[in-house]
Write a new protein. Structure first.
Length: 317
């Protein structure tokens, strides 16, 4: 399916060097923010207190969040849990207060909140403390998951295509991941398990776009023998533009809807996806394809020459 077809190939690779210099500068800036500011870890990683409360009617999440924020908790995590009446509250560690004192303080404030309907009848269902040791294990498991995904992508692309494509795709994917993390470090956005899930999703999403372009490059090498490597790459990218607009346009509409209407619970998840998808499109075209070209990609890497017999006839398989 195509919305349109471009008759003349767009010379993307003509600008590859300039765009990759910009990408390198952006990448280094992201690394700098990560090194100097670090990530704002959520309580899943740093430890904290988790409360589950139940209201007699549908809870007004924004009012509950405002009540908790008045106690000095910056950007508290408040969301429905199970039903519209059940609310889960995640509190970061607060110096001078233990988990019991934190839960009692917050619960008392919720019961005393006259602006929230049914506040006087709110019930405290559960209190749990997430220790820093558990948070450290989650961070380690998340890093291992990221590593295994990268290794799997390298193996898959090396088998399906060629090692130059595998290296190019990993460079592009790491470019996307580091820039997402750089945004979160630069602006101090909270990095939670849902954001980690979004980063892993972006890895798969970005490599899918790279695979589409790589597959078209291999197909073009087979069909058009007189083209140079740069012309083949330009033709492959140009011929997939309509598909890219359809696929990523539909995905972005859904993600932006979550970003705008999903509320605080989905905000950072959708934000990471939005940044990742936009940079994923860019890196698949200008980073992955350019790196493959600079690694010396040629027709013989993807298409094995036909062996001939001594009489000059092609050798049958």
């Amino acid at each position: 399916m195509e919305f349109f077809r471009i008759r003349r190939d767009i010379p993307f690779m003509r600008h590859a060097l300039v765009l990759n210099i910009i990408s390198l500068m952006t990448f280094l800036a992201a690394v700098g923010f990560l090194a100097t500011r670090g990530l704002h870890w959520s309580i899943e990683f740093t430890g904290g207190t988790v409360l589950e409360v139940a209201y007699p009617q549908a809870a007004e999440i924004e009012r509950v969040r405002a009540t908790v924020a008045k106690l000095g908790y910056e950007d508290p995590q408040v969301q429905n849990f199970g039903t519209s009446r059940d609310v889960m509250i995640r509190l970061p560690v607060k110096p001078g207060l233990g988990s019991t004192e934190q839960s009692q303080q917050v619960f008392a404030a919720l019961k005393a909140d006259a602006t929230t309907p049914g506040a006087s009848q709110v019930e405290l269902r559960r209190v749990e403390f997430v220790g820093p040791q558990i948070g450290e294990e989650l961070a380690t498991d998340g890093a291992l998951a990221l590593l295994f995904v990268i290794i799997g992508i390298v193996i898959y692309l090396a088998i399906r295509f060629e090692w130059k494509f595998a290296v190019a795709a990993i460079v592009a994917n790491l470019h996307d991941v580091v820039i997402i993390l750089g945004f979160f470090a630069a602006f101090g956005w909270e990095f939670s398990l849902t954001v980690l899930a979004a980063v892993l999703a972006v890895l798969g999403y970005s490599v899918n776009e790279s695979v589409v372009i790589f597959d078209r490059i291999r197909e073009t090498f087979r069909r058009k023998r007189g083209m140079s490597t740069r012309e083949v790459i330009d033709h492959a990218i140009t011929s997939t533009i309509s598909r890219t607009i359809i696929t990523h346009g539909c995905t972005e509409m859904m993600v932006v809807s979550m970003l705008i209407f999903g509320g605080p619970t989905l905000f950072h998840f959708a934000l990471a996806l939005t940044i990742g998808i936009l940079f994923g499109i860019y890196s698949s075209v200008f980073v992955a394809a350019a790196v493959a070209m600079w690694l010396g990609l040629k027709r013989e890497d993807l298409i094995k020459p036909i062996k001939k017999r001594e009489d000059g006839q092609p050798e049958l398989p």
